[in-house]
Design a protein around this ligand. Sequence first.
Ligand code: ARG
Ligand code: ASP
Length: 703
Amino acid sequence: MRKTLIFVITLMTAMTTRADEGMWLPSLISQRIADMQEKGFRLEAEDIYSINQASLKDAVVLFGRGCTGELISPEGLLLTNHHCGYGQIQQHSSVEHDYLKDGFWAMNRSEELPNKGLTVSFLERMDDVTAQVLKGYTPDMTEEQRVELVKKNSQALIDEAVKEGKGLRATVEALYYGNQYFLFLYREYADVRLVGAPPSSIGKFGGDTDNWMWPRHTGDFSMFRIYADKDNNPAPYSMDNVPYRPKKYFHISTKGVQEGDFTFIYGFPGRTQEYIHSEGVRYIEEIGDPHKIHLRTLRLDIMNKHQAESQKVRIQYSSKNANVSNAWKKWQGEVKGIKKMKTVQTKKEFEKAFAKWAEGREFDGVISKIESIYAELEPYQFATDYYSETVRTIEVANFAMSTARLFREDGFDKAKATELAETFYKDWYLPIDKESFIAVMNEYEKNVPADFKPIYYKEKLASYGSIETWAEDIFTNSIFVDPAKVNALKDEDKAMVMADPAVEFFNEFLKWYTYEIQPVTTRLNQDLQLAYRDYMRGQMVYCRTRRVPKAFYPDANLTLRVAYGHIKGYTPADGTYYLPSSTIKGIMEKDNPDIFDYNIPQRLRDIYATKDYGRWADASGEVPVCFIATNHTTGGNSGSPVINADGDLIGLNFDRVWEGTMSDIVFDPEICRNIALDVRYVLFTIEKIGGAGYLLNEMTFTE
Ligand code: ARG
Ligand code: ASP
């Protein structure tokens, strides 16, 4: 009796949507608004999302294809993270104009820098289109047929939706594993110019040492401006374009934040897997993450060594290094978090109870079905993970293949090849690539079972005798290690290029993956998708009938979401409590000339010495820098506005605390915190460090 009771209680706590967990759909926010208001929010659902009037959603954009940004002036001024604008800042940088190192500020509109390929997307509206997407579906269809049908119906909806105006783009996304479908209609702007960025010693202060960590002191922001044609419509870059006039922009609150204050994040979270089966979690915890971490450790050690030796290489690999190290560090926190939460065990217990309950019901057998699919999938998943973390990371091989693809029916696309080569060689350093090849391919040899290696690979390795000799061949004999040879390529060279060792390496692996691995993973993932669709619905029915008070929200899929919570510290370990905010004082405490990541700009030192903070000091007399809150966020939420109870901007989301990075799989309200940049530090930096205080004139402050 006692045992069952304890069991039910554990189950309930495990399954209950804990305070602050959740990424809610803005169009359905009326279902949450009472809870939000109870927690302190003072606006209405229509203020968050409306298709009849301007609402906060009109001030939020998908920045590129993986970050969020927000409008902060009636003249198209946009705020996002430094790490989101990093690629653009780096593209404009060279040893002579090192905007990464020194920062950049346009002192007037004509100095704002255009960015090829960068777009921002506003959500016009989102609609539940489940019925239309599944029109013609019959239960006797296979999953493959269903996928085809969904694709066809979705395309028709998309074609119809984008007819309505200029620059429209639409997607249809599955929610709850395809139990529901939504159409998202975006207006996409392609003339987005860089307005400013702080020096990396502010924008990336703490670098990878502090990444995913609290206490944090990173001034992680950059500024852009959206340009439109004279009618405010999207248009490609043109000198004639004018600043975009948003339907809505954020007003800025400089009042400051207190522990317990209501906060709300509006942005584009990328991917979560909150409802997955224990086997999926076990693979991540015990196999996928540990192997990927190890492979990246090898590559990072190599990059770091060479970057420390040369300023040129440091710039060339800054962005690449940050990308590799970001997930590398996150996975380590994730594994720890999953272990600590005993997620596999908790899920197993739930699955057992669920399976028993499901007997004789619609969901009978779904648990064991998922288990058997995972068992079949595992070696293929492992091979895929290795392929993407080894072969696919060899830079010269990627570049060689991209160039080889430019030999088309009607000849070699010389112009495109020249452009590609220019971009590639600007940031490529052969010793790093070569040493990485040797390091990761040796791991590949050691850890991937023979049955899951291409025949090509095995024969090649036998003929070379070692990975080192193989590397020697590619990095000495491939024409792609020599810019002069690449620039001399002509129509007749196709056969030679296809036989090049770098092209061959990439291409043979690609063929193997495409013909031997991918078809199996696609089939199994479709089976899995189908089983999950039932399991997802099953979890909902189960919780309802067993009266488990759980509110379900769809997993993140890079669509606009609302997350709300409050400002709160946490206890990362026994005997320690972290306060929820940091100040400029902490930057000075971290000061250490021996650690590159803790390099402080002289200007900031001077200001600190004289306490010349202007209007940016808080009650303690220091300038606030970052704060943490309980909002449920993930990758993609970077750059998201952090909004107070009145709908005003108080900060800029950019990270999560390391101990809480398992929140993509399991959310712990005690530990999971998002990290935000205090908007006052943004303003302080623009004015006092950047000397671009003129930009503040176009903003609206609430007090
Ligand atoms: N961890 C943050 C996110 O996932 C910031 C990453 C950029 N910063 C870095 N040092 N790599 O995007
Ligand atoms: N830093 C992440 C991003 O770039 C945010 C996160 O994972 O918490 O979106």
